[in-house]
Design a protein around this ligand. Structure first.
Ligand code: G3P
Length: 416
């Protein structure tokens, strides 16, 4: 059902933006020129392909606007969204002209760039197809990187990154130990600040999971986290209970990101377990961690991409644990759908004018010490097999789970 919303109501919503998503349906060029702060861009001709990326939950309030009362693009988009099953679509008929005439502020990439001539040149006319996510846990850093790049498609967080958030650290350093409830509130506060700053890649939030956590316990945490922000993506580890949690979650229409992936077999299991998903599922191979122990992490990405060519495209590869510029450039060259990158490397990428690999780019699989990394051979795996048949065991998955649990407990949890 489509209902109208006035400018005053919209202003109030923007003060408490968590429960609604505002969509500017104009072209990307018009959107870049000026849009209502916090609005995401959903051009009318991309509704079918982009809507579920931008607004994962169909029961959220979605507010659409276009140029003004004479422009019917927003009505058209509102109709399309309703037909797709969105249940609470609202239409701001006054649109951008009404907003501007009232002297209200707009966000503008152009204005930001004009303030800094250097940045005009670095605006990504050749923005890679790979979505760029920030790997971090500090909203100020998110804002800084977004300003620096001129865009930011998403963000991934994890227990270690949240534990090292400056505010959380400040509390710990001043001797305050957080209760479990306070930890949750901190995580929620952090992602609620990040959520409006990023694009269609969403914010990935990781559930607490050790080797005793059941799928049901993971899902119950995931469902709660999913309600914190409109663009959440829930991270479950690539272990049997994590896979089972993912299966349940996608059946409940949640977006998931399968983390701590170190092998092609784990990625095959992710594919098989989430086949029923109506929206893209992410799988995150950790390339740096594989390189650390001498295995060629980017080759695992290449193998997964190759294997997924036989599939239906519902799983997107998110290159994680990126440690150097070449990881990022090769992720572009392999057409990975997403990459999550630490701020330092994104700064370096911005300084290099957001370069993308040229035709002559060659990835050299070398470890830190300059030694060649061990090749990881491609495996013939049947994506139609049931997910339980794949070998999920990987020692790095277990090691990283232990590390996240330690970070979560030692840094944040109260001493029992
Ligand atoms: O997204 C993965 C990440 O946070 C782990 O990265 O560099 O610590 O292996 P890294």
């Amino acid at each position: 059902m489509i209902t109208k919303i006035t400018r005053e109501e919209l202003q109030q919503k923007l003060e408490h933006p968590k429960r609604s998503v505002v969509l500017d349906v104009l072209s990307p060029e018009d959107y870049r020129l000026a849009h209502i702060p916090g609005a995401l861009n959903l051009p009318r001709d991309q509704v079918r392909t982009l809507a579920s990326d931008l607004v994962a939950r169909k029961d959220l309030e979605v507010i659409v606007y276009s140029a003004g009362p004479a422009c019917h693009a927003s009505e058209n988009v509102a109709d399309q969204l309703t037909a797709m099953g969105y249940t609470d679509v609202r239409h701001y008929a006054g649109g951008k002209s009404d907003w501007l005439q009232s002297g209200l502020p707009v966000a503008s990439e152009e204005a930001r760039n004009n303030a800094n001539a250097e940045e005009i040149e670095t605006m990504p006319a050749n923005k890679p197809m790979t979505k760029i996510l920030l790997d971090g846990g500090d909203p100020d850093e998110t804002q800084r990187i977004r300003d620096r790049l001129g865009f930011l498609d998403g963000q991934t967080t994890n227990p270690t990154l949240v534990a090292t958030n400056p505010d959380v650290q400040g509390r710990i350093v001043s001797g305050h130990r957080l209760s479990i409830g306070e930890q949750k509130e901190e995580y929620k506060r952090i992602v609620q600040k990040i959520s409006p700053l990023i694009g269609s890649g969403g914010v990935s939030l990781e559930v607490f999971a050790d080797f005793n956590t059941t799928a049901e316990q993971m899902v119950s945490q995931g469902e709660e986290m999913y309600s914190w922000i409109p663009n959440a993506c829930i991270k479950y580890p690539c272990i049997p209970e994590g896979l089972r949690a993912a299966k349940i979650s996608v059946e409940r229409d949640m977006r998931v990101n399968m983390t701590l992936c170190f092998s092609q077999a784990q990625a095959a299991a992710v594919y098989a377990a989430t086949k029923s998903s109506k929206q893209p599922v992410y799988v995150s191979p950790f390339v740096g961690r594989l390189d650390d122990r001498g295995d060629d992490g980017m080759q695992v990405v290449r193998n997964i991409k190759e294997m997924y060519r036989q599939g239906d495209g519902h799983v997107h590869v998110l290159v994680a644990s990126v440690r150097k510029m070449d990881h990022l450039l090769y992720a572009f060259a392999l057409s990975a759908e997403l990459a999550t990158v630490p701020a330092k490397i994104l700064e370096e990428w911005a300084a290099g004018k957001l370069a993308v690999p040229g035709k002559d780019f060659v990835y050299r699989p070398l470890g830190k010490n300059g030694k060649p990394l061990r090749p990881v051979p491609y495996q013939q795996l049947d994506l139609n097999a049931s997910w339980e048949t794949f070998d999920l065991k990987h020692e790095l998955t277990d090691k990283e789970i232990r590390k996240f649990v330690d970070d979560y407990r030692s840094t944040l949890a109260p001493a029992a």
